[in-house]
Design a protein around this ligand. Sequence first.
Ligand code: SF4
Length: 652
Amino acid sequence: MTRTHCPYCALQCAMDVSPGGLISAESLCQKGWTAGEVLRAPDRLTTPLVDGRPATWDDALGQVVSRIQRVRAACGPDCVAVFGGGGLTNEKAYLLGKFARVALRTSRIDYNGRFCMSSAAAALRRAFGLDRGLPFPAADIAAARTVLLVGANPAETMPPFMRHLRGPKRLIVVDPRRTATAKLAGTHLQITPGTDLALALGLLHLAIADGLVDTGYVASRTSGFEQAAAASNDYWPERVERITGVAVHRLREVVRALARRPAIVLSARGAEQHAKGADTVTAFINLALALGLPGRPGCGFGTLTGQGNGQGGREHGQKADQLPGYRDIRDPAARAHVAAVWGVRPEDLPGPGPSAYELLRSLGTAGGPRAMLVFGSNPAVSAPDASVVRERLRALDFLMVCDVVPSETAALADVVLPVTQWAEEDGTMTTLEGEVVRRRRAVDPPPGVRSDLDVMCELARRLDAPGEFTPDPRRVYAELQRASAGGPVDYSGIDYDTGGVWGGTRMFQDRFATADGRALFVPVRFRPAEEDVCADFPVYLTTGRVAQQYQSGAQTRRVRELNRAAPGPFVELHPDLAAQLPVADGEVVRVTSRRGTVTAPARITATIRRDTVFMPFHWPGANLVTNPALDPMSRMPELKVCAVRVEAVGEN
Ligand code: SF4
């Protein structure tokens, strides 16, 4: 048995894996228990494919290099794009950023984490000076008397996390659906989709009006309170009730509970995946600061990272504007430091590129990239307004995908390269608590597959890239440590084998990571969803997860037990809406937005608001209708709310 970690979410549960792929562990969810089956997926990719036909590695890599060279010769280095993923190990995320900037010399690199929690990351950096999902150990949550959970459903997405939320505490859940987590909560605020920001402003307004602000903490540990307080003036309780649908007395109850410390505020994708996601998270941080929570034992503000390496994946340079160590690619000192580690001149490093959706949207357009290399991502399913994204992927001169199974994006590729996966490889991952954990090779990969690191190094070699490229994860990690040393996120003191937590486990006890050590209140104002409901599109659509599937489903849809439990997409709708259509449970409905149409069986339940329908995004479909409007600060798309029309189609 070899100790490694689950391939899926950011909890990164430890598990022992036998050479045959059998799993034993103390506490896993159904996805974790069955993860061994992905190693043996019947359609596992084991041979490179060129134009859909099997090829040798030499031929396939030769094709990739000659196509890249052709595109570069025609229109320059920025005509080649790279798309990464939040599930890649730290070493892969790091090497991918280096490969793009040094071997391809392109600024066109971003990753699917942009669709995940980029808005929370931006808000955390702005307020605290540093982006750590949970700046305190998850175990601290047990000590809180009150936990406000905004747009999170850990009972389904990461069930073992629920152990932190049990016990004699008041759990308050904000969600348009009565989810499995909301059912366990003492208080469920079933808000109108897209109004979390108004809720946070209303709670701050009440905290001030009712004299609940921790004035000593605000004076000694923060700056900017007056401006944020002034911005909350317009959000008096009755107005917030009209916007959110949450009754005034509930608002008052919630803010009073939070003011009785210890209390914790946690956000997740429900609050963050909006075109105002960064301001929404900021508004909840403002509330937490006003109540004196961050940096105190059993208290704080945090956000629940979703993807397996969501935290590490955004620290090492696969983001469009970032170099390793969370350094800003525009900063001359950062460029000089990283260029020295990479053995290139700072002036040879490209500048920032467009964000993920903007990058995908520009593919194959005049002046946009003509070739793209994808590692560990399935944007044909996971990107918003997915029909446009698929059209753009098809418009490319050349698409290469590295994956373990033939994903929907791989199906569009000219070259598909079969790569190793979790239990077949070594490396490190960073959990939602910022803990670096070791992924260990427990199982031999099938003959014929190579690691993503190997692919990047071989392509770099064939492209005559300057500097050194090694596929050995231990050596890549050592280089990552040098590249991150002295940066906002510094891995230089964290050992590859034994791991550790960068910046300490319980942060901000004495000072925040801002220049003056104070947390920053930022004044924000509510703005409605980018699309409000109207006569043509009278219902809100929100999207999310089910317990048995993960992200775009490329892995979990191939596990029989998970597929039996969650075999396909559905549209959750309220009985009153079903009666209006009319539609019976299981009958097919058509969901149409301004961008497209998707059909799926109806699942009728009184646990959802009358004005809202829900679709899981693990299958191709839901994102055909979602809204790609972007958050101005983080470039997060408005994945969580759009206006749709729902019509009955007939029997399934
Ligand atoms: Fe894996 Fe997350 Fe489930 Fe743990 S909770 S077993 S890390 S999917």
